[in-house]
Write a protein that binds this ligand. Structure first.
Ligand SMILES: Cc1cc2nc3c(=O)[nH]c(=O)nc-3n(C[C@H](O)[C@H](O)[C@H](O)COP(=O)(O)OP(=O)(O)OC[C@H]3O[C@@H](n4cnc5c(N)ncnc54)[C@H](O)[C@@H]3O)c2cc1C
Length: 379
């Protein structure tokens, strides 16, 4: 094992919980500080490709994730009228199917329970107020006035990471001009896999979450300024977008969109930190390091993989410098590939919605297929 046996993880989201589990399984003490007093995970779903399941298997939770989620094969790519013109998704990896759809709340529950069972220590409603990042240790002061000394601090605190901003200087995520709307529904009987409909001004997806539930996403372009949409307009605007798809399975859902609190609207932002994602004894992972937009549904998968790789390297008998260098080497190109391809897809989508011809050779299906296939390669 490296000389590290006590790690502070800032942020208890998908990446932080995964790292906590992975470290404890490697015999390393892990403490998570989470800014929320109680976890409050929103009630729509998340797409997990086979590589996400493979990484969850390294944490011992893939089977439960499949059992409590909804495994499915390739996603059907359709015209707005429902005519299928292709399919997308990675090939299965061993026993892991092309995709698993799962509720974010259930995924969080699985990871949280595994973290507690493995002995991760949680401190809720707390964050760091200062970080003294020395060559061999990190002295941390918390917002409740307590202090701690750690051999390694990991910023897993998401796209607006405070750890990143303290250690690497202020970085601001960039709004990309597209937004995502999501809503959960009872599962239509005829839905047997994921669907994506490419409309003239939006894109709409239907994703299984459990045997009985699905969620819908709609990607739209809401203008160049990061647009705030008042709560009392959320239902009517989402319904208007969904009504543009004359497909029975979609049309049947329109009248079920009634609860403004159930509409999860999110302008899309991205931020990719240049390498290296570490300085002395502080390292960042997940969205703190590489927040991608969800055009490939892979941001959480990357966060879980980051956690698995970092813990694997920490478990080896090597210097901390080698651990962090190797972590970068194993993660940077892969994460950047997903972020870049996702941005390209979003740009082509917006060009199509604005009637601008795509450059020669632009092929969304091919780019999606190529990138998702690359993610099946070992981490
Ligand atoms: C619209 C949308 C759809 C998406 N769909 C998919 C998908 O289908 N599949 C997929 O793989 N990915 C998807 N993603 C990406 C995925 O949600 C993220 O990549 C993933 O959540 C990143 O995990 P994380 O742990 O790095 O960050 P987060 O999930 O943001 O977790 C950060 C945690 O840190 C806490 N925190 C924040 N600040 C502090 C602080 N200062 N101190 C302490 N704690 C703090 C937060 O409360 C939170 O618990 C999607 C993203 C978006 C925006």
């Amino acid at each position: 094992m490296s000389s590290i046996n006590k790690v502070l993880i800032v942020g208890g989201g998908i990446g932080g919980l995964s790292l906590g589990i992975a470290l404890r399984r490697a015999g390393i003490d892990a403490e998570i500080v989470e800014i929320q007093k109680e976890f409050n995970v929103y009630g729509v779903g998340i797409i997990q490709q086979a590589n996400a399941l493979r990484a969850l298997d390294a944490l011992g939770v893939a089977d439960e994730t499949l059992h409590r989620g909804s495994p499915y094969g390739k996603v059907k790519m359709c015209a707005p009228t429902g005519h299928q013109f292709g399919e997308t998704g990675p090939p299965p990896i061993g026993r892991f199917p092309s995709h698993n759809g799962i509720s974010r709340r259930i995924l969080h529950d699985i990871l949280y329970n595994a973290a507690v069972e493995n002995g991760v220590v949680f401190r809720m409603g707390l964050t760091v107020s200062s970080i003294e990042n020395e060559e061999t240790q990190v002295n941390v002061t918390f917002t409740d006035g307590t202090e701690g000394v750690y051999q390694l601090v990991v910023g897993a605190d998401g796209i607006n990471s405070k750890v990143r901003n303290i250690v690497f200087g202020e970085q601001n995520p960039k709004y990309i001009g597209s937004s995502v709307w999501r809503y959960a529904f009872k599962r239509p009987e005829e839905l047997e896999t994921g669907y994506m409909y490419f409309g003239r001004k939006t894109k709409l997806g239907l994703i299984p979450m459990t045997d009985d539930t699905i969620y819908m996403f709609v990607v739209s372009a809401e203008g160049d300024d990061n647009p705030f949409i008042p709560e009392d307009e959320l239902v009517s605007r989402l319904k208007a977008y969904v009504s543009q798809y004359p497909v029975k399975m979609v049309a049947d859902l329109v009248e079920q969109i009634t609860d403004p609190k159930g509409v999860i609207y999110r302008p899309l932002e991205t931020l990719v930190m240049p390498a290296p994602w570490y300085k002395n004894r502080v390292v960042i992972l997940g969205d703190a390091a590489h927040a991608t937009i969800p055009q490939l549904g892979s941001g959480a998968a990357l966060a879980i993989e980051d956690a698995v790789v970092l813990a694997e390297e920490l478990a080896k008998d090597q210097s901390v410098e080698t651990v962090l260098e190797t972590y970068m080497h194993r993660r940077y190109d892969r994460c950047k590939m997903v972020c870049d391809a996702s941005m390209q897809l979003a740009e082509w989508e917006r060009m199509e919605w604005n009637g601008i011809p795509l450059p020669e050779g632009a092929n969304m299906g091919a780019l999606m297929g190529k990138t998702l296939f690359a993610l099946t390669q070992p981490i």
